[in-house]
Write a new protein. Structure first.
Length: 676
């Protein structure tokens, strides 16, 4: 070990991308005109013949193994590739975009997939949420390996190769006009699978994992694209999404289907079925693939029981690609005849009517969903563009209007007065075209509660959404967050959020929001447990750190609150990260000088300098904490007029406990419809 060389500046050559490559040791994947180099993928043909050492770990790039104290460390191929990229760029920041492009070349993946793999890597290396010794998150940018790395000649050591559990899959795409056929196949898969599950369980209830009184839970893994065009990854994603939606609507009283957010986290995963089922709480997993060859396309699917990995059902669909609209109607009719479960006639009709659409419109719709699910402001704006394209190409396609409504609803955080009326208009149009569209009812219900303060209308729309699709995780979330919590129904709100989490266990916002449910219910110990669990799963999700700061301040743990609000600002990036460290010092000094009063004064000073920001302590909250009743009520009145986010929580937010008895507070609550 003493003969190994530490990787210092003499071993590396800095490139124009701000990254590093090991000179003369690793083949450069590309070189720019100035002689710089790009990140080197762990999957390149020519690999280092030497071993890397950092901390207690030995890494063999050729054998793709990691050993600690003589024992192999279990890593999936993707987590190993991420680790190798960080090693080869030791102590330098590797951006999230560069990691995704390097580890998943020519493939569309969502940032949640990277976050999940980073979490798995940290866990394998023995890190905890409180101690990121090896892999450091650089807020707003990416990750870096904090340890020094040494090169050790491979003849000195022998590393036991770790087994790999799943094969890699080459990806390929399709042409836009094949979307309609994919939807038809999704419907056929959904119908056949639900019929099979129902019939199989009827005769095998004693051997299946589902227990009496509990719905079966099914996870639909992202369909693998086995064709030859990675630019059309939307096709396999679209087939996955449609299969999830259709399975969720066919027999919701018998079958719960894991939501898209959690399912897509396993795209290109190397995890076993047992691991996936355990993490998602699924009894069954559906795997599928699609391949285009010449004038035909073939979709294959198989159903696997999680507890013993038994393959219970499999089917393949092969069709000519001509006449796809006619084929869709044909398969839709076959579904109604084939599914031997009780469906309302209207629902069977809806499945056919909803999906017959212009192929280009449907492609734009799927792209809108893709960007909306990324959940950044920039991507939400992109989703609006694609949903609008979809409605222009097919003005009668109701799901596109529902998607547009949800995109506007997401953007309403930044400008409620502008985006909420747009959301209501789009949702209303969707329901004019299809009154059985659960997503549109849910969006309209959220808008009625948060913007119109129409609580009866919100109750009606949200419950109708759940009635139409009991597998809609977002509908339970909207019912909890937009309706039940503001009205003070804390226990019911907690129950509904838990239903959302059952269907979408890997949703960062659902996990964080359960902690907020407990916070509003004054169950602070449970809130703390839930926030810590969420941070363990999603350490980079800044909202959780903001809400944990709320909890710590409520409990009088101001140094901890300062730590969490600083973490949140750093993770949020943009301009807030630039002054987060200096502001932490100012907060610490203010608290040391004046106690809680100094803390709140400094928070308010920061608000005045940087403007209001979703997630941070808000202006009326801080004035209320300082006992400034007039200013707190004045700002609450402004928020009422502007429909500022979180205004509807005024009756349950403990920040307002000191001013709640004031008659002016009660009067404002009654105007919002929250009067006791």
């Amino acid at each position: 070990m003493t003969e190994g060389k530490e990787l210092d500046s003499a071993v590396f050559q800095r490139g124009n991308f701000g990254q590093i490559c090991i000179a003369d040791k690793i083949r450069r994947s590309s070189t720019d005109q100035a002689g710089g180099c790009s990140l080197v993928s762990a999957s390149q043909d020519q690999k280092s013949k030497e071993l890397f050492e950092f901390g207690p770990f030995l890494v063999d790039p050729e054998k793709e193994t990691v050993v600690r104290a003589g024992e192999p460390v279990s890593l999936t191929p993707k987590t190993f590739q991420i680790l190798l990229v960080l090693i080869r760029n030791s102590r330098e920041v590797v951006t999230k975009d560069d990691l995704m492009k390097t580890v998943w070349p020519d493939t569309f993946v969502e940032e949640a997939n990277l976050s999940r793999n980073i979490f798995m890597l940290r866990r394998a290396l023995g890190e905890t949420a409180q101690d990121h010794r090896y892999i450091v998150t650089v807020p707003g940018r990416g990750y870096r390996l904090a340890e020094n790395v040494r090169l050790v000649p491979d003849q000195e050591l022998t590393i036991v190769a770790a087994s790999r559990t799943r094969a890699r899959v080459e990806v390929k795409g399709t042409k836009p006009w094949r979307w309609i056929w994919a939807v038809a196949v999704a419907l056929a898969l959904a119908a056949g699978l639900v019929w099979w599950l129902h019939a199989w369980h009827a005769g095998h209830q004693s051997t299946g994992p589902a227990t009496a009184g509990r719905r079966m839970m099914l996870a639909v893994l992202p369909f693998q694209n086995l064709s030859n065009d990675p630019a059309q990854e939307y096709f396999s994603d679209g087939l996955t999404e449609e299969t999830i939606t259709d399975l969720g609507e066919l027999s919701p009283e018998k079958l719960g289907v894991i939501a898209r957010t959690s399912a897509m986290a396993y795209k290109h995963t190397d995890k076993t079925i047992a691991e996936i089922g355990r993490e998602l709480g699924a009894d069954y997993v559906l795997e599928g693939s699609i391949r285009r060859e010449g004038g035909t396309a073939r979709v294959s699917a198989q159903l696997i029981r999680v507890n013993d990995q038994t393959h219970l059902w499999a089917h393949s669909y092969e069709r000519e690609v001509a006449g796809l609209l006619a084929l869709q109607n044909e398969l839709g009719t076959a579904i109604a005849q084939q599914v031997q479960i009780k469906l309302e006639p209207e629902r069977g009709t809806r499945l056919i009517r909803m999906h017959v659409t212009n192929a280009e419109s449907y492609e734009a719709y799927l792209q809108g969903l893709y960007f909306l699910n990324k959940r950044t402001r920039e991507d939400e704006n992109k989703s609006v563009e694609f949903f609008e394209q979809s409605t222009q190409k097919d003005p009668g396609f109701a799901p596109a209007y529902a998607g547009l409504a949800n995109a506007y609803l997401a953007l309403s955080i930044f400008s409620p007065g502008h985006f909420c009326p747009l959301a209501a208009s789009a949702a209303t149009r969707a329901l004019e075209l299809d009154d059985d569209l659960a997503e549109a009812h849910a969006a309209l219900g959220a808008e009625k509660a948060d913007f119109e303060f129409d609580w009866q209308g919100a109750d009606r729309e949200l419950k109708r959404a759940i009635e139409l699709n009991p597998n809609s995780a977002v509908s339970y979330f909207f019912l909890s967050g937009y309706y039940l919590n503001p009205l003070g129904n804390s226990e019911l709100a907690i129950a509904e959020t838990k239903k959302a989490l059952e269907l979408d266990p890997l949703s960062p916002i659902f996990n964080a929001y359960l902690g907020l449910d407990y916070f509003y219910a004054r169950q602070y110990d449970k809130a703390l447990i839930q926030y810590r669990k969420t941070i363990e799963l999603f350490p980079d999700f800044h909202i959780t750190h903001y809400w944990l700061a709320w909890l710590y301040s409520q409990r009088g743990q101001y140094p901890d609150a300062i730590t969490e609000i600083t973490k949140a600002r750093l993770l949020e990036g943009s301009d807030r990260a630039k002054w987060a460290a200096a502001n932490k010092i100012a907060l610490t000094n203010a608290y040391a000088a004046e106690g809680p009063t100094g803390f709140w004064k400094q928070i308010q000073e920061a608000n005045q300098k940087t403007g209001r920001n979703f997630g941070e302590f808000d202006i009326p909250q801080v004035y209320a904490r300082l006992g400034e009743k007039d200013l707190a009520l004045q700002w609450l009145g402004r928020d009422y007029e502007a429909r500022t986010p979180f205004t509807t929580y005024m009756n349950v937010d403990p920040a307002y406990d000191l001013i709640r008895p004031d008659p002016r507070f009660e009067s404002l609550a009654k105007r919002i419809g929250l009067g006791r």
